[in-house]
Write a protein that binds this ligand. Sequence first.
Ligand code: SF4
Length: 702
Amino acid sequence: MPASFKTTCCYCGVGCGIVVQQNRQGKLEVSGDKDHPVNRGMLCSKGMNLHYTVMDTSDRLLYPEMRYNRQMQRQRVSWDQALERTAAVFKTIIAQHGPESVAFYASGQCLTEEYYVINKLIKGFIGSNNIDTNSRLCMSSAVAAYKMALGEDAVPVCYDDIELADCIFVAGANPAWCHPILWRRVEAARAANPNLKIIVSDPRATQTCAQANVHLQLRPGTDIVLHHAIGRILIENGYTDASFIEQHTEGFAAYWETVMQRTVAEAAAICDVPESAIREAARYMGQAKGFITMWTMGLNQSAVGVRKNLSLINLNLITGHIGKPGSGPFSLTGQPNAMGGREVGGLANLLPAHRLLDNPQHRAEVQAFWNSNPISPKPGLTATQMFTALNEGKLKAIWIVGTNPLVSLPDVRFAEAALQKAKFVVVQEISNKPETLRYADVVLPAAAWAEKEGTMTNAERRISYLHKITDAPGQALPDAEIICRFAQKMGYHGFDFNSFSEIYEEHTRLTAGTRIDISGLDYNTLQVKRSVQWPYPKSSAGKGTPRLFTDHRFYTPSSKAIIHSFEDGNSSVPTDETLPLILTTGRIRDQWHTMSKTGKVNRLKQHIANSFLEIHPEDARQRHIAQDDIVEIFNGNGNVRVKAKLSTDIKKGVVFLPMHWGKVLQSDLNRANNLTHALVDPISGQPDLKFSAVQVQRYRKP
Ligand code: SF4
């Protein structure tokens, strides 16, 4: 192996550049890439320890396995045996029940090439649109809101805007822990510019709040009320941009009427934050020359997630802070390649290059390009719908790629019952730990980060290339190769790629002439430039596109951005006398998703080793709960049993559980999603993971 490789971190959507080297003992070492524009040499604790996840292969799946019924133990088989049997079962199920009886459930950690071939397989050849990914749980509300407000799922800003802003509103996010390197750039910008104002809205006083000029510690579910109140203050104090509103937006009159329906004092009472704090925050936003809104799961993972997003984007639109340096609405991507997945159309309602499933011309273009079967206009099943359909017997077979739904889906016992009922389950995975393996009829071992090449797109539309650095253990194969081999066993043409660059090149050709055109970008260019922001058409003369909408022409029919108006209510399952507390779930600094990678790095356990319940001391006192007592959290869906951590950082009446833990590593009783509801936003289909009514009591052994 060469002395060193430059590649990209595979954890969060920040997309940091990494240098991987082999030391004299032959062990891999990682460091931050000083030349990379995202991280400039910095890495967070997860990135710094990435090499351990590759070097420790003790938990890896090494060989394909299969069984003929659930009473059998799975047996090791060859790749041909596993894929031929899978193809035979898929053909039988499709023949008996139609193409909509099978589905693929993939991951925002898949590489773009992997997404591309899965999407091509199911939409072009199997004949159903049943592909969705765990990105549905992560940012689908932001995607829908961008499309509704700006006409396209397109992040307008770039990281360099952080240094150019003088007000940043972080709504429902804790980037200090979840996007650490991005947050270090905010901290550095703050140090260089003491006038940079930071406002945070969050029911918890997180590490991010340490930088906040104003922390709006709102009641969960009241974000829209807060955003509308800020909108009203901006209007009443002349902080809006009348010329921008007039020339470049639609819907302001209705918005004006909506936000005037509540006084700021009423809004403050509903949100349970001081009116003076809302007014101070609005003043900072209104006086800013550069204003960025930044958000993630706190807004997205909600039964009204799209409305929460739109109400925040409205603040950028009424102040004219979009399409210019230091300004714009910035959805922080959670996963490393959620955006790449959408570029290839890898969701139940999309086609490649952001084409639309309900557009006959778009379907015809893709069908002609693929030389495939007709593409169905019927949207596929979203993540939660797949598991409902399995439970109802409508979906017979599911193929799970690189995700762990029995920890990450809401109301996870319902999801587990679904896999029990499934006729055929394929699990394509790197680790032998996920609980899904218990239900797998066929197990396909996949190559991990550093064992395959491909591309990913980060939160600022930056596409980067990932090197293959080392061979996968055993017979594990890259995910794209597994899918292509399967497609050929099914008898489909168009999957005989000789390399991953051929897959990538086919994907880029399909983007030509679209709004996300990257037809000028090939592997060679990416390897030289390291990363480029889309669009990057052939005519781009070697330049990417840091900012969108700089001409203030949006991708709506009128070319104007849409200011949406709606009521400010929340539709979560409410609290009551028996379930009086609001449970919110989230992430901790040193773990990633369901811990199948970070959970095996001892250093990362030193920060927080076990799950816990964060509870306000007053709520704890009422329940006779002391620090480190074992507590039981329960509602109609299930229960969780962990130690109590008393903290005034959390709002009274709210409790917090980290989402990482589950059966795999410890106990089913650590799993936060035992308690969450399968309620979803009606537009985005994103689950309501931030608001579950629960009760808590001290646990007494029976
Ligand atoms: Fe990796 Fe995200 Fe940390 Fe950067 S901030 S090193 S991308 S986990």
